[in-house]
Design a protein around this ligand. Structure first.
Ligand code: C2O
Ligand code: CU
Length: 495
């Protein structure tokens, strides 16, 4: 290329480059995205994708229908599940950061439902909570969800009506908001939706009330562990080459404590996008509702394979007793020579955390009192959801939440609509910094986080994402701004 010296010529060539970049296909601005994985490497776990019917590059417009469908989760293991568009999980909706997403939702199920967009910082009228953001969508009815996706990350969608039942029956799907300029530069990328489903040998779905109050207290996990709707799929890799896995745990109760034959996970992001810098570990916990953005570099002899396992993790009585490690996915190494020259990308993100100075303290405690009148209930600050008053926040206010889990079970707490920043006892962000919308609070521990309620007033849910716990009382709301207080219309469980 000719070296341009005059400044006006330089400006011209820059303008030209910008114009070219603007019309170039996705990813073209990011240099050197070389694929190393064998052809069809993720076919064994491929997700269906929603079809974008809108020609505008800034708008993603899709149809989504909730309906019954027979799915085969393992050879010969069939169940009539509740699905989005006929399969498990629901289709991957793919958007670019800043896009407008329009979803024409139709309900063909016999039960009312809604769609909640877990983690997306949208306005309250699109949050999918019946009684708060919209009436439930009854059989035969439709609803148009229309919102902007302001932050790149992996999100997911699921109902907010009897969610312990409906998510458990199969209603969940991924929403991937991509940023082609995120600097990650790993071409071999896949999305993994972890879940579980319970059904018997006749293909009858497990009763969401099974095990009664004790079933609620533990959180029903279902007998089949699924990765992208299948039991134990296989993906391929070339030894030594990086892969980017975008993982979401959509199970209603099951935790995933992942181990890839002891190999290293490089965690680059979580719920609200990239971390301030990557962190490494050989085992990784993903609790219900959470997302992890990880780089893996499978290594081993060409032709051998690695196993991704869910290890035992103690989230309360019943999670490690008489349980065994589960093999959940195989990574098969191709016969090609290992890749030895693919550097780990340098990834960093400037994150300005909210300041703890002047933040309003919000003390919260979770309890599970001894059984009364034959049933158990989880409580937040002494009351189950059906007796709770909302927490309050002003628009623009920063709060410091101190959440003490004084019960014998872990609770992954999810707050709708806002990201928060985990901090230590002194209010300093935990490093590396990352935005969260779901945080696990282990047995008898305290989590602290800072949250700024920006100008999106409304009644926003918060709840444990072990959905049986949520239904069992571990839910609440934050009233942001001074609009009318809305209620989720949730009945206490029948005795
Ligand atoms: Cu995935 Cu109310 O949330
Ligand atoms: Cu819980």
């Amino acid at each position: 290329m000719r070296v341009v010296r005059s400044s006006s010529a330089l400006r011209l060539s820059l303008t030209l480059a910008a114009a070219l970049a603007a019309t170039a296909p996705a990813g073209a601005q990011t240099p050197a995205r070389v694929s190393y994985a064998p052809a069809g490497w993720d076919d064994g776990a491929k997700l269906r994708e929603a079809v974008d019917t809108n020609p505008d590059p800034n708008v993603v417009e899709v149809n989504l229908t909730a309906k019954l469908a027979e799915v085969e989760v393992a050879p010969g293991k069939k169940v009539t599940a509740w699905t989005y568009d006929g399969g498990l999980p629901g289709p991957l909706i793919r958007a670019r950061v800043g896009n407008r997403v329009i979803v024409h939702f139709k309900n063909e199920l016999d039960a009312p439902t809604t769609v909640h967009w877990h983690g997306v910082r949208l306005n309250i009228d699109m949050d999918g909570v019946p009684g708060i953001s919209q009436p439930p969508v009854k059989k035969g009815e439709s609803f148009v969800y229309d919102f902007v996706v302001p932050d790149a990350s992996l999100y997911w969608y699921h109902p907010h009506v009897m969610s312990n039942a409906q998510v458990g029956f199969g209603l969940y799907g991924p929403l991937l908001v991509e940023d082609p300029d995120d600097g990650v530069n790993v071409a071999d990328e896949t999305t993994l939706v972890l879940s579980g489903i319970g059904f018997d040998s006749k293909g009858v779905l497990e009763d969401p009330e099974s095990g009664g109050s004790a079933g609620m207290v533990f959180g029903r996990e279902g007998s089949y562990v699924l990765v992208n709707g299948r039991t134990h799929p296989t993906i391929k890799a070339r030894a030594g080459a990086l892969q980017r896995w975008r993982i979401v745990n959509t199970a209603k109760s099951r935790f995933f404590y992942l181990d890839l034959d002891g190999q290293e996970f490089t965690l680059i992001g979580e719920d609200g996008g990239l971390q301030s810098k990557p962190s490494k570990s050989s085992i990784m916990l993903i609790t219900p509702g959470e997302r992890k953005d990880v780089l893996v570099r499978p290594t081993g002899k060409p032709g051998s394979s690695l196993t991704l396992r869910a290890m035992l993790y103690n989230r309360g009585y019943g999670s490690v007793e008489y349980r065994s490690v589960e093999d959940i996915m195989t990574v098969e190494l191709s016969n090609e020579a290992p890749v030895t020259n693919q550097p780990m990308p340098t990834i960093s993100r400037a994150i300005t955390p909210p300041s703890a100075v002047g933040a309003t303290p919000v003390p919260v405690v979770f309890t599970l009192p001894p059984q009364e009148a034959g049933h158990n209930e989880f409580r937040i600050n002494g009351v189950p959801y059906w007796k709770a008053q909302p927490f309050k926040a002003k628009v623009g206010e920063t709060q410091l939440w101190t959440v003490n889990n004084d019960s014998a079970f872990d609770h992954p707490l999810h707050m709708h609509g806002f990201f928060f920043m985990p901090v230590d006892e002194k209010g300093a962000p935990i490093q590396p910094m990352v935005w969260k919308d779901t945080i696990n609070i282990p047995i008898k521990t305290t989590a602290r986080f800072l949250v700024t309620f920006d100008n999106r007033p409304g009644t926003w849910m918060l709840h444990c994402h072990i959905l049986d716990h949520a239904e069992g009382g571990l839910m609440g709301t934050v009233q942001v701004g001074d609009g009318p207080v809305m209620t989720h219309g949730h009945e206490p469980p029948k005795p």
